[in-house]
Design a protein around this ligand. Structure first.
Ligand code: BES
Ligand code: ZN
Length: 584
């Protein structure tokens, strides 16, 4: 299948010579916060082509005999960066030597102090930041194979999100780690991490990587990964990428998880000791089929990645932990989605509540929301309920098989859907309204779980739970999110008195409580809020908590002081998100 339309977030134009393979050599310099790199790029044919770059210092563009190739580096566009264009020679191979900028948006450098041990550096490509560490066709419409060599200090490990660790060789002064990825991937999935990392095996194709102090707890928390993989394979076909490992990141990691191929990056908050983090692992694992194997061809079609993946995550969770747990998760996602709807309405940006919005000219990170996740998953669940589970599961398998190793856009998916499930279903469900219309359609499926009712009732009545309540952590989260917003200080005080939620070990629950207490103006938690904001970097936590502080003038001044102290420890993308949250 050929994609003819252009991706508005890339300088690459459909029809130009395409990347087939990148062989990458990377040497991090921690003191200068710079990567020194060589990218050897193999194209499918000779001719004029374009790569995306941003804040890169291009030193040399040559053929494999080191003969210079004339190139043009365009002036920087604030959103897209600079176009790097040249003629691919007859031999189809181009070598680029370059250095990254200390401020690259896709790289986070952490000192020993920030990483809690030895220094740490890693990349985050999605959505359009791979170009800040590797010159490439930074569009999810292009797939290529990949190999990489990391040159790291001898006391650190260098991990690449790839299936084969070719080997590690060591000299007095450095270690060289070589990796190979024989399956085609897109640029936003290129990722590495370098740090003090150790691992424990979960099965012959899965292991957990973490900093030493986290390893035992993490391996225990994620011990069900082999079961999740087996469930995924029953539902969606053989696991497509050989290995599936996970890496527990430092606290500054700005996401809950990132589905880097063969090596999902996870926030350490998932290692809660209570089993609540595993559904996020199911999510990142599910991306192996929906996202990494079948990929959105542009960022308007992001819902094909995330909507399908939430649906697939919940099916895996249902297989392993039951439907009640899965649908409790869906309910929590709905509450985040409802917040996003309110936000977009207030900001006059209602158009971003469409599943497939027009994001040309906009940084996809700036309009990140739970719309593609929740609304996308609900559409798929509605289709599942309409045609029956058996027919829908068969459809999901055919979808994955039909588009594996390809990138597709929304229109291609809708055509496939119409052909496979029929015009009648398509019209009955009102798929077009779901996909292109804003807001939340009236025919959305109801979310049912026996774990929701009792929580809802107490929350609606605004009652403090009895001391012997035996809720699982996501039920606590639901309770806190469902409580009326005009609570009294006395209520918060009683809740805190009974359950000490401000120091609860589960990060999600502690965070929900801190947001609620801050909005109520409950001063005793402010020092916990400060501690939280100084320690954590996940954007899902930072944005609402800073916004909650920003609601009062005193809180706002406090937020600015905390941000000034914390910003050096946040990922560049998170710094931008907090700036936006405080400006709103
Ligand atoms: N692919 C996303 C993370 C992402 C999205 C990074 C857009 C950069 C740009 C990942 O799979 C994800 O969805 N993470 C969620 C997990 C949750 C839905 C279980 C997150 O981080 O909140
Ligand atoms: Zn996802």
């Amino acid at each position: 299948m050929h994609i003819h339309s252009n991706d508005p977030h890339s300088f690459y134009q459909a029809g130009q010579p395409k990347i087939e393979l990148i062989s990458w050599v990377v040497t991090p310099d921690f003191s200068e916060k710079r990567l020194s790199c060589m990218a050897r790029i193999f194209f499918d044919r000779p001719g004029n082509t374009a790569l995306d770059t941003r804040d890169l210092r291009i030193l040399k563009v040559t053929d494999t005999d080191l003969v210079g190739i004339p190139f043009e580096l365009g002036s920087p566009d604030p959103l897209l960066g600079s176009r790097l264009s040249f003629d691919v020679p007859e031999k189809r191979v181009v070598e680029i030597r370059y250095e990254t900028s200390p401020d690259a948006h896709g790289i986070q450098w952490m000192s020993s102090e920030l990483a809690g041990g030895k220094p740490f550096v890693y990349t985050q490509g999605e959505a359009i930041n791979a170009r800040t560490y590797i010159p490439c066709q930074d569009t999810p419409s292009v797939k290529f194979k990949f190999g990489a060599t990391l040159v790291v200090p001898t006391d650190l490990r260098g991990l690449i999100a790839a299936s084969e660790h070719v080997g590690r060789t060591q000299t007095e002064s450095c270690a060289v780690e070589e990796w190979n990825m024989p399956f085609p991937i897109t640029s936003y999935l290129i990722a590495f991490a370098v740090g003090d990392l150790v691992s424990e095996e979960l099965s012959d194709r899965s292991r957990v990587w973490a900093q030493p102090h986290m390893l035992e707890k993490a391996a225990n928390e994620f011990r069900d990964i082999p079961k999740l993989m087996a469930a995924g394979e029953r539902l969606f076909g053989e696991y497509p990428f050989g290995r599936y490992d996970v890496l527990v990141m430092p606290d500054a990691f700005p996401y809950g998880g990132m589905e880097n191929p063969c090596l999902s990056f996870l926030t350490p908050a998932l290692v809660a000791g209570d089993g609540s983090g595993i559904s996020t692992v199911a999510h990142e694992l599910a991306h192996s089929w929906t996202g990494n194997l079948v990929t959105n061809a542009n960022w308007d079609s992001f819902w094909l990645n995330e909507g399908w993946t939430v649906w697939a995550e919940d099916r895996i969770v249902e297989e392993v932990y039951g439907a009640d747990v899965a649908m409790l998760g869906r309910k929590l996602l709905e509450l985040e989605f409802q917040d996003d709807l309110r936000h977009f309405e207030k900001a006059g940006e209602w158009r971003f509540t469409a599943l497939c919005p027009d994001t040309a000219g906009i940084d996809p990170d700036d309009v990140f929301s739970r719309v593609p996740y929740f609304k996308g998953a609900q559409l798929l669940t509605l289709l599942e309920q309409t045609v029956g589970r058996e027919r829908f599961d068969a459809f999901a398998l055919r979808y994955i098989d039909a588009f594996k190793y390809q990138s597709i856009d929304t229109e291609t998916f809708l055509d496939f859907l119409q052909t496979e499930l029929g015009q009648e279903v398509f019209d009955q469900v009102r798929v077009e309204e779901w996909v292109y219309g804003p807001g939340y359609p009236k025919n959305a499926p109801e979310i049912r779980s026996s774990l929701i009712g009792p929580v809802e009732e107490l929350a609606r009545k605004g009652e403090v739970p009895p001391p012997n309540v035996d809720w699982i952590m996501p039920q606590w989260q639901l309770y806190l999110e469902l409580l009326p917003r005009d609570l009294s200080l006395d209520f918060i005080d009683r809740l805190e008195g009974s359950f000490r939620l401000s120091t609860e070990e589960n990060t999600e629950v502690r965070w929900s409580f801190l947001v609620l207490a801050t909005k109520t103006g409950y001063l005793p938690v402010f020092s916990e809020v400060e501690r939280f904001l100084l320690a954590k970097g996940r954007m899902k936590y930072l944005k609402p908590l800073y916004a909650a502080l920003g609601e009062t003038p005193e809180g706002r001044a406090y937020a600015e002081i905390i941000f000034a102290n914390a910003r050096h420890s946040y990922h560049p993308v998170a710094v931008r998100a907090v700036e936006n949250a405080l400006a709103a």
